[in-house]
Design a protein around this ligand. Structure first.
Ligand SMILES: Nc1ncnc2c1ncn2[C@@H]1O[C@H](COP(=O)(O)OP(=O)(O)OP(=O)(O)O)[C@@H](O)[C@H]1O
Ligand SMILES: [Mg+2]
Length: 598
């Protein structure tokens, strides 16, 4: 608990640094301004409703001072008729305001969600190495929901009550300047504690949202790795971990609601205390004949409106501050830089891409470990149509070569050229379009086999998908599934075996039909028979395209045009299978181990 407290205090300190507490909300303005017509309509409705409300006390005074004296029954009729008319106007305007303001709230959130999501999807892997996906999800759902309630309701409550407060104050002035002066003197006494506490509520609100995000990211991570959790029998451990996160969130929430409760207490007590005092003075004025009973009635109603408006304002103030906190978290996400140096005016690759690849003295360290060079002075030239195999011990940097070609990271030294064009000068998307990868760990989506393969090329026909599956030796096992190609593969493809997942991934890459093929241990999980079947397809795939093939099983790369041996981020040898054997280096050693039995 002490640790939790510390964290809360820390983020509270960070908050105080921000110069303006509501500034984050201003960032929402451009989004709101897109719907200026609705905004205008809502404002008109708001004004009309407030004006109608403010005219009611006048009708009341009329009623008391003229209607109740004998012989003025027509005044009574007129007064009640007027009151009903006002009520009708008020009802209409309020309903319209509700509709329009809520509409804007929903619209804003829909836009904001889509925009934040779009932005997050463009972020480089660096972002996802440092941020937990659960955290992002929480911001997308919880924080946007909070903003939605505030824009959809609290803002209109605030505006309405600001109007009522202002209008009420003016009308109080009109009704009795001396009594109003009394009220004005008391306003600071009422407002100062409210503002002080409001500030506190906001700080705690941000902390509270952070804790909620903690709980959901904890859960998200565990739920997506259930079999590992259960295999190690870590359910009690994970349950306790989640419970701690939940308790942390609860603790922060309690602090928040305590401040809110105190805020409410202060607001109501101070406000009504002030009104009672003023009323007491008013009653004396009526007794002394300085005021008519109707005027006092009117004054009383306005005082109630004004006081009620102030109470509602203080109530919503906390909400709005919470929303400011949530907006801040969302905007933070939106402001996250790409981490990748993408030129403002990218150079286009000349179509069709031939697939010549050149690494020139590339130095690279992953951003999370900037001092540890994973590739050092790495040079490699792959001619169009050539098949080059990358072999070497685990951790040598083979997959990293693919990551860099895919332009997931910026390199620290050297150049990477595709068709003679520095890929750093191109749009990352354009570079990736010309590469087709079968990753070391195939990633499938919770969808059907058909759609999972079609992910390689979205406009492929069913027949093309099946054709690709046949070539990847995936057709037979897909057809053996209960619904064939329409079979649901489960989240991340959990319903398939490792080798089956690989073949789906290969089919996907085949379908993409890009100029360059990157195979990272594409057949490592296959049995000898399926591997042979797939290998034929891969040979066909790699024959007419530039291909980079990573494999531990040297048997699969013997047919490559050239084999490049990597160790500790550098090329240590290169040549054909026979040449490398003859050289007797690392490759010969690996080959001896692997082919000993054969
Ligand atoms: N995202 C990352 N952040 C930091 N370091 C990383 C990251 N990915 C890989 N590394 C490190 O970079 C080095 C090279 O990794 P890489 O994945 O390229 O190896 P590999 O040759 O493909 O090995 P394997 O044959 O086991 O797949 C490793 O030491 C690894 O720890
Ligand atoms: Mg690898």
């Amino acid at each position: 608990m002490a640790a939790e407290q510390m964290r809360v205090t820390k983020s509270a300190d960070e908050m105080t640094k921000s110069t303006n507490r509501l500034r984050p909300l201003l960032r929402l303005w451009p989004w709101l301004w897109r719907y200026k017509r609705v905004l205008l309509g809502a404002s008109v409705a708001l004004l009309v409703a407030a004006a109608a409300t403010l005219s009611l006390p006048v009708a009341l005074r009329y009623l008391i001072d003229f209607g109740f004296s004998a012989g003025h029954s027509q005044h009574i009729d007129a007064a009640f008729l007027a009151m009903f008319a006002v009520a009708a106007v008020m009802a209409t305007a309020t309903a319209l305001r509700y509709f329009m303001v809520t509409w804007i709230g929903e619209r804003l959130i829909a836009d904001l969600r889509a925009e934040v999501y779009r932005h997050v999807l463009t972020l480089s892997p660096v972002f996802f190495e440092t941020t937990r996906t659960g955290e992002v999800l929480s911001r997308l759902s919880t924080d946007t929901t909070l903003i939605q309630t505030v824009i959809g309701s609290s803002v209109s409550i605030v505006l309405r009550n600001l109007l009522l407060f202002g209008g009420g104050l003016v009308m109080l002035m009109v009704t009795s300047p001396s009594l109003t002066l009394m009220i004005l003197l008391m306003i600071p006494v009422v407002l100062v504690p409210i503002l002080v506490y409001g500030r506190k509520v906001r700080r705690l609100s941000r902390a509270s949202q952070d804790r909620v995000a903690d709980t959901s990211s904890t859960a998200q991570e565990v739920l997506s790795s259930m079999t590992t959790v259960q295999a190690f029998h870590r359910e009690p451990f994970e349950t306790a971990r989640y419970a701690r996160a939940v308790e942390g969130a609860f603790g922060t929430a309690v602090q928040r609601i305590r401040s809110r409760a105190i805020l409410t207490f202060l607001a109501i007590l101070l406000m009504f205390g002030a009104i009672v005092l003023v009323l007491w003075l008013g009653a004396q004025a009526v007794v002394d004949g300085r005021m008519t009973p109707g005027e006092l009635g009117q004054f009383l109603l306005y005082a109630l409106f004004t006081g009620g408006a102030l109470a509602a304002l203080s109530e919503s103030w906390g909400e709005i501050q919470r929303a400011a906190g949530a907006t801040e978290r969302l905007i933070e996400l939106l402001d996250t830089p790409l981490a990748l140096q993408v030129p403002a005016r990218p150079v286009a690759l000349v179509a069709p891409v031939k697939g010549e690849i050149r690494f020139e003295a590339v130095d690279f360290a992953y951003p999370s470990q900037p001092e540890r060079k994973v590739l050092e002075n790495f040079s490699l030239h792959v001619r169009p149509g050539e098949t080059v195999a990358l072999v070497g011990p685990s951790g040598a940097g083979k997959s990293t070569v693919f990551q860099l070609l895919l332009r997931f990271y910026d390199i620290q030294g050297g150049r990477i050229l595709l068709d003679g064009q520095d890929i750093a000068a191109c749009a990352p998307g354009a570079v990736r379009e010309s590469l087709s990868i079968v990753p070391q760990e195939p990633v499938l989506f919770a969808d059907t086999a058909l759609e999972n393969i079609r992910y390689g090329r979205l406009d492929a026909t069913d027949a093309e998908v099946e054709h690709a599956a046949q070539h990847a030796a995936a057709d037979a096992f897909i057809r053996a599934q209960p619904d064939g190609y329409a079979c649901f593969l489960g989240e991340r493809g959990v319903r398939l075996s490792g080798g089956q997942k690989q073949r789906i991934a290969i089919a996907r890459a085949l379908l993409k039909n890009a100029a360059v093929v990157l195979l990272d241990e594409a057949t490592s999980a296959l049995d000898a028979e399926s591997e042979q079947a797939v290998q034929q397809a891969l040979d066909e795939l790699t024959r007419e395209r530039t291909s980079l093939v990573i494999a531990h099983r040297l048997a699969t790369v013997r047919s490559a045009d050239r084999i490049v041996v990597m160790d500790q981020g550098q090329v240590v040898a290169s040549g054909t299978h026979q040449e490398l054997l003859a050289q007797g280096g690392l490759y010969a050693r690996l080959a001896k181990l692997q082919f000993r039995d054969a």
